[in-house]
Every structure is written in structure tokens, then in C-alpha cells.
Design a binder for this molecule. Structure first.
Ligand SMILES: *Cc1c(COP(=O)(O)O)cnc(C)c1O
Length: 456
């Protein structure tokens, strides 16, 4: 037997067993921190071990501490699973072990990313010819989009930020909704712009930026407007077309954080929610959420490819760059060497097709509505706000403690898994339906478990 076959078969045997058991597996982790440290901790071995035995022991010891977040009954945060094609392509990515930074050392990886980037721009309603970068997640997509935005708005003000940095630069205002994701603030910290650059724009009771508040806050001078598609709590989408019109009147750059909400564009039924999205300047989204590609997989698109490359690109004497329009991925993201994460995105898109992606998005939204209707029908909980996408907010009437207790009980019960939040000053349980494999039966089983666990 080849040395590869023995160890890879061991991994495949465990992996297929794990995945086959996923629909019935307890969703939460079944191990305590102490237990995991006991089995997985200890000293670095002095002598090497047999690879197959290492893999077998790793699988056996890690298994109790694995959260079945790719299960059809995991509804915490906004987390997708992995479709079979995407997962298998991810295995190939490791086997090929390409460094996807440069065309010359990964031509197939480069062309696959070029193709998947073009398909995605089309699917998500973005203008033809946008540049695309494959990053780790929406955090780094927001970081990249905001870096390009800073480069461009300061460039237009006569300041070369690439050379001169932000010390002494004209101030740049970052207008972002009250309901923005924390990764916007974090990106501004990484970029040295600081969270003090943020001008908070009021949101409505659903979590959407108020265009009237944006209009009042816009002023002349370098500015970036951050619109959001998909509030992590309510799923609400900012009126992105209107935001673009207002921002562009004042020369501001519009960056869209569409980590999951941008996928509404892939559904003919929901497309109206993102009307005008093509007018923005940069877009961040995730493939590891709604497209159900394994971690880590985020995307940044930019309507100004030259600015994108000027901000992110790397040049050094020893780097061999492609001629003939060959695409060097390191020009579009913050990383230098990196995994060829485009293979999994490409495989996911081919296996689903345009109709399959639309169906995935529509199905998750329909299941979220089913959750809300069935939970409300119990008469024991209330649904906060409108269910516009795949997110539902649930509250036990009365004290916050009852809702927090319910979340705790649900997590310990193991039928399904939800996380909590605070929405407009009140505790709420968040439900996010983002998994390709979730069925109506999964929802009904979860509703029954939740209703049986409501305190009081
Ligand atoms: C999930 C999310 C992010 C962060 O994405 P990561 O993939 O975790 O980096 C940013 N913005 C929004 C709106 C999100 O939902």
C-alpha cells in the first residue's frame, strides 16, 4: 500500500462516517475543556509517530469536542455547512498544495479563481469586469475593501497613502450604520484609520440604515460609506441603491458588507431587496456562509480593478509576474502565499448551478419563515421584527433571563443549536438558516425541542 493511501484512507473513513452521522449527531460539543486538554494536551512527543495512527488518534480524541456546525440543525451565528462538491474540492486543494499567490506556481488555481470570480459577479448582480479577491472571510474582505477605499478617496484628495501613510493625511470620514458588523470597526483598527473615523448613521427599527440620516451626515471631503446587506441579528438589508446615489453625489466611496445578504441577489424572488447594489464601489461577501463552502472562504469585489491592484499588489525582484493578462492572486488580497481556496468555490458553483444557488437561498429563507410561524404558533414566544431573509429573532416574553435560560437549555439539549444576542435592548435567541442540508423536518424537530424547553 502506498504511504499516501494508508493515511488518507484513514482520514476518509473517519470523515465519511462523521458526515453520514451528521444528521443524527448531537449538535453541540459533548466534551468539557478539561476533557479535551486531557486527551489532546500533554507534551510534544520526542519521537515521531506513525501518520495513520496520528490521524486515527486525532479523530478519536477531537471528535467529542467537534461542534456539528455543518449539521442541518445548527442555527447559530451565520454558519453554513459544506456541500459534497465543495468539500471534495477542498481535499484536492490540500493534495495539490498550490501556492495560489502567483500564476507561475499555480496556473490552474489562477484560472479557476478568475472563472469563479466572474461567475460570482454575474450571480450576485455586480458589474461585469469587477476585480475579485479570494480571502479568508468577510473580515478580510472588509479590510481589503476599506484599504482600497482609503487609497482611492485619499488619492482623489491628492494624498498618496501607499507612500505617505495616514500620518498627516486629510481626515477620512467613514459613515456606517449603527447596526454594522464589528468587523468594520476591526478593519479600521487594522488599517490604522481607527474607529474614531466612524460617523454612526441611525438605523430604523428593523436594523436598516436610514437614508435621511445618511444624507444629513454626508459632507464634502474624503469619505467612505459602509452599507450592509444582512444585519447579523435581523437579516435586514440597507437600501443600498439609494445609499449609493446619495454617497456618489458627494464623491464618497461605497463599500458593501454583504457577508450573507448579498446572496439575495442570486434569487430572482429576493433580488429586489438589493436593488441598485451594482452601483457600489466594493463588495465583501462570504462563500463559507451561504454558498456552503468549507472554511475559510471570503470574497472581495471591486469596481475599480486598478485601485484594487495598486492598493494590494506586491512587487519584488524575485517574484515572477504573469504576462499576457495572467492573474496573480496576490494583487487582490492581503496575503502573500496562500491556499488555492478558489477550487472549492468553483466546485460549489458548478455543482449547484445558477438555479441551485437560487434554490438554496430561497429554501433557507422559506425555512426561516417556517421557524418563525411555528414558534409564534406555540403562543409562548414572540418573534422580534420582520423575517426578511434567513434570520429569526425569538424572545420569551418577560424578563431577559427567561430568554437566556432558553438558549442555555437548547444548547445543552443538543437537538439543535442557537446563539443569543441583544436586540434593541432586549435579550433574543437568534436563528440563522444557512445550511444546504436543512429540511422542514429539521425545523419542525427543532421547534418541538425549543417549545418543550421554554422556561416557566
Ligand atoms: C459574518 C459576517 C462578517 C464576518 O465574516 P467572517 O467570514 O466571519 O470574517 C462580516 N459582516 C457580516 C454582516 C457578517 O454577517
Amino acid at each position: 500500500m502506498s504511504q499516501w493511501k494508508e493515511v488518507l484512507d484513514e482520514a476518509a473513513r473517519y470523515a465519511t462516517g462523521y458526515l453520514d452521522d451528521l444528521p443524527e449527531r448531537r449538535v453541540g460539543s459533548g466534551a468539557t475543556l478539561a476533557e479535551l486538554r486531557e486527551t489532546l494536551g500533554g507534551k510534544l512527543p520526542e519521537q515521531g509517530e506513525n501518520p495513520r495512527e496520528v490521524i486515527a488518534a486525532l479523530a478519536r480524541h477531537a471528535d467529542p469536542g467537534i461542534v456539528a456546525s455543518s449539521s442541518g440543525r445548527f442555527f447559530g451565528f451565520v454558519i453554513g455547512g459544506a456541500t459534497p462538491a465543495a468539500l471534495a474540492a477542498d481535499w484536492l486543494t490540500s493534495a495539490w498544495d498550490q501556492n495560489a499567490g502567483l500564476y507561475v506556481i499555480g496556473p490552474a488555481a489562477s484560472v479557476v479563481e478568475e472563472t469563479a470570480g466572474r461567475w460570482l459577479a454575474d450571480l450576485l448582480g455586480l458589474p461585469a469586469g469587477v476585480s475579485a479577491g479570494f480571502v479568508t472571510g468577510a473580515q478580510m474582505a472588509n479590510f481589503t475593501g476599506l484599504a482600497v477605499a482609503l487609497h482611492e478617496v485619499l488619492g482623489r484628495a491628492g494624498w498618496d497613502v501607499a507612500e505617505r501613510g495616514l500620518w498627516g493625511a486629510p481626515p477620512v470620514r467613514v459613515l456606517a450604520g449603527q447596526g454594522r458588523h464589528g468587523t468594520i470597526d476591526r478593519a479600521l483598527r487594522f488599517l490604522g484609520a481607527g474607529t474614531g473615523a466612524i460617523v454612526e448613521i441611525e438605523m430604523d427599527d428593523q436594523g436598516r440604515m436610514l437614508p435621511s440620516a445618511l444624507r444629513a451626515a454626508l459632507a464634502d471631503g474624503p469619505a467612505i460609506v459602509c452599507a450592509q446587506l444582512g444585519n447579523v441579528n435581523s437579516g435586514a438589508l440597507d437600501p443600498v441603491g439609494e445609499i449609493c446615489d446619495l454617497a456618489h453625489e458627494r464623491g464618497a466611496w461605497v463599500h458593501v458588507d454583504g457577508a450573507f445578504g448579498l446572496w439575495a441577489a442570486a434569487s430572482p424572488r429576493l433580488r429586489g431587496l438589493v436593488e441598485g447594489v451594482a452601483k457600489a464601489d466594493s463588495w465583501a461577501t462570504d462563500a463559507h456562509k451561504w454558498l456552503n463552502v468549507p472554511y475559510d472562504s471570503g470574497l472581495i469585489f471591486c469596481a475599480h480593478p486598478g485601485a484594487h491592484r495598486a492598493t494590494m499588489g506586491a512587487r519584488a525582484g524575485y517574484l515572477v509576474h504573469g504576462a499576457d493578462g495572467e492573474r496573480d492572486a496576490l494583487d487582490y488580497g492581503p496575503e502573500h502565499s496562500r491556499r488555492a481556496r478558489g477550487f472549492a468555490v468553483y466546485a460549489a458553483l458548478r455543482a449547484l448551478g445558477r438555479d441551485g444557488v437560487a434554490d438554496l437561498v430561497d429554501r433557507c429563507c422559506a425555512l426561516a419563515t417556517r421557524f418563525a410561524e411555528r414558534l409564534a404558533a406555540s403562543g409562548k414566544v414572540e418573534i422580534l421584527g420582520d423575517v426578511v431573509l434567513n434570520q429569526v429573532l425569538v424572545r420569551v416574553p418577560g424578563e431577559d433571563a427567561s430568554t437566556r435560560e432558553l438558549i442555555d437549555r437548547v444548547q445543552r439539549d443538543g437537538t439543535c443549536w442557537m446563539s443569543g444576542t441583544t436586540w434593541q435592548g432586549q435579550a433574543a435567541m437568534r436563528i440563522s438558516v444557512s445550511n444546504w442540508s436543512t429540511t422542514e423536518e429539521d425545523v419542525d424537530r427543532s421547534v418541538a425541542a425549543i417549545v418543550s424547553l421554554i422556561p416557566g
